[in-house]
Ligand binder design. Structure first.
Ligand code: NOJ
Length: 535
């Protein structure tokens, strides 16, 4: 059942986007680090699962101070991951399967090993000096202002040779580019063209709100809500001047114009969920900025039906006309879903993510319920953890658990991060053989979503629930209606949904019931979610 508006929906609206952290997906050459041929070898799996696009965290040449978010060359592949031929092979094979490929674009900063920066720091007279943000010390020799790095400490590092400070929003090895310089803008737009011309389907843009800084470099005021020891040290200040300057929207429009030179590409931007909803949705622009400014709301909310349903309703209303929603439950910077909410609730999370109106982002491994892995002090890799213990992101970046083979089938060698101890039972091979596994739940939800316009393009409306701990909503496309009922509590629930008559449960998160039911008395087990076809 297709109609005009469904045909008009773009692939990135209807489809599911799956994030791969390339270091940890599949290691094909036995060096303990995942790589591009490894990903290519698992395209069959991704197609079986039902994802429509893969987003690869950075694969460019990098000293790996921040594991690829410190780019030393924007137009090549790090040898750890392969080379441009491997990339082209991945792209062609993925496209052959109807899978889109999205790259991570890191425009705010480069590596300090990028030739642009080595030139910039070579002398004050170098033509590339102004490609980065250099300032004089205060008279007492201290940094030009009080700005803080997100990874702890001052955002300024002193350069002995040229006698100035340079700015870095993250590590000193990640100097911030100067986006006020038109040559920087032109060079970075050319980077987009390089990959778009090769055939990539879009970009996830790193910390897009950071690109412009206050031109007067004013000190930032203290954050009155800062809780030392709990919040990141960088949160001690209100970031009024070091990020989210209004001019950033013009830069985003320039990205978009380049994307629009090509057919059917997507732009996704990493923005802070601490911004007001209106500041977040401003990143859609007038339909001329990002296609999808990330919506991280669900990650940070208490895992309760009332909080989540309220959030979804408010977000739906806040969206500008024609702006397309999206939802994220996990990524390489956040503790894993199963560790945050528990494995039973993670199944409800899967149903929520894959039945809301908007593009779902699935983080690799969440489809088998991978947990955060305990990292011993001598195993720590993440620079964030090394600088601020307790903040590390290694636990959610561990190798994909493919099988019960040594190293979870990820590699024949010792992996760069430890494999989760639960891998003998929590792995793709075992779950493929178990028809009620988390993996089958994800697969079933993705396949069902794909063939059901009510879910992939239909409207959304929440319904009052007679049970406090349940989130109930209706998705509708033309005459096709699907009711989603999610029990967020450990208690069994019986809901009264009057006026809806009978319905047919087509998927339960337990994957064990398909039956016709009277909706005036709908029984749900502990942490059970159901998709119900209404007739
Ligand atoms: C956001 C990325 O998601 C994170 O992993 C990275 O460390 C910072 N940006 C710096 O690029």
């Amino acid at each position: 059942m297709r109609d005009h508006s469904q045909d008009q929906a773009k692939w990135w609206q209807q489809g599911v986007i799956y994030q791969i952290y390339p270091r940890s997906f599949v290691d094909s050459n036995g060096d303990g680090v995942g790589d591009l041929p490894g990903i290519t070898g698992q395209l069959d799996y991704l197609r079986w699962l039902g994802v429509d696009a893969i987003w690869l965290s950075p694969i460019y040449p990098s000293p790996m101070a921040d594991f690829g978010y410190d780019v030393a060359n924007y137009t090549d592949i790090d040898p750890l991951f392969g080379n441009l031929d491997d990339f082209d092979e991945l792209l062609v094979r993925a496209h052959g399967y109807g899978l889109r490929v999205i790259l991570d674009f890191v425009p705010n900063h480069t590596s300090d090993q990028h030739p642009w920066f080595t030139q910039s720091r070579s002398s004050r007279a170098n033509p590339r000096r102004d490609w980065y943000i250099w300032r004089d010390a205060k008279p007492d020799g201290s940094p030009p202002n009080n700005w803080l790095s997100d990874f702890g400490g001052s955002a300024w590092t002193w350069d002995e040779r040229t006698g100035q400070y340079y700015l870095h929003s993250f590590l000193p090895e990640q100097p911030d580019l100067n986006w006020r310089n038109p040559h920087v803008r032109a060079a970075m737009l050319d980077v987009l063209r390089f990959w778009l011309g090769r055939g990539v389907d879009g970009f996830r843009v790193d910390v897009i709100g950071f690109l412009l800084k206050d031109d007067q470099f004013r000190d930032e005021p203290p954050n009155p809500n800062y809780v030392a020891g709990k919040d990141s040290p960088g949160d001690a200040l209100l970031r009024l001047y070091s990020r989210h300057q209004p001019g950033v929207h013009e830069i985003i429009r320039s990205f978009r114009r380049v994307l629009d030179e090509y057919e059917g590409r997507v732009s996704i931007g990493e923005i802070s969920s601490r911004l007001s909803l209106s500041a977040q949705t401003a990143f859609y622009g007038d339909g001329d900025e990002l296609h999808l400014p990330f919506n991280f709301g669900l990650i940070h909310l208490p895992w309760q039906a009332a909080a989540i349903s309220r959030f979804v309703d408010v977000y739906e209303v806040a969206l500008p006309t024609r702006a397309w929603p999206n939802y994220v439950l996990g990524n390489h910077d956040q503790p894993r879903l199963a560790s945050r909410v528990g494995i039973a609730q993670a199944r409800v999370g899967a149903m929520l993510l894959l039945t809301l109106r908007g593009t779902p982002f699935v983080y690799y491994g969440d489809e088998i319920g991978m947990h955060d892995v305990e990292i011993l002090p001598d195993q720590v890799k993440d620079p964030f953890e090394k600088r601020i213990p307790g903040k590390g992101r290694d636990p959610q970046r561990t190798p994909m658990q493919w099988s019960a083979e040594p190293h979870a089938g990820f590699s024949i060698a010792e992996p760069w991060l430890p494999v989760a101890p639960d891998y003998p039972t929590v792995n793709v091979a075992a779950q493929r053989d178990n028809s009620t596994s988390m993996l089958h739940l994800y697969q079933r939800l993705m396949q069902y979503r794909k063939m059901t316009p009510a879910l992939n393009v239909g409207s959304y409306r929440s319904l009052m629930s007679t049970a406090d701990d349940c989130f109930v909503y209706l998705r509708q496309f033309g005459g096709q209606r699907r009711l989603i009922v999610l029990n967020f509590s450990a208690a069994e629930q019986t809901l009264t949904l009057s006026g809806l008559g009978e319905g047919r449960i087509v998927i339960s998160t337990y994957l064990d019931r398909e039956e016709t039911t009277n909706l005036t008395s709908l029984y749900l087990r502990s942490y059970e979610g159901c998709i119900i076809e209404l007739v």
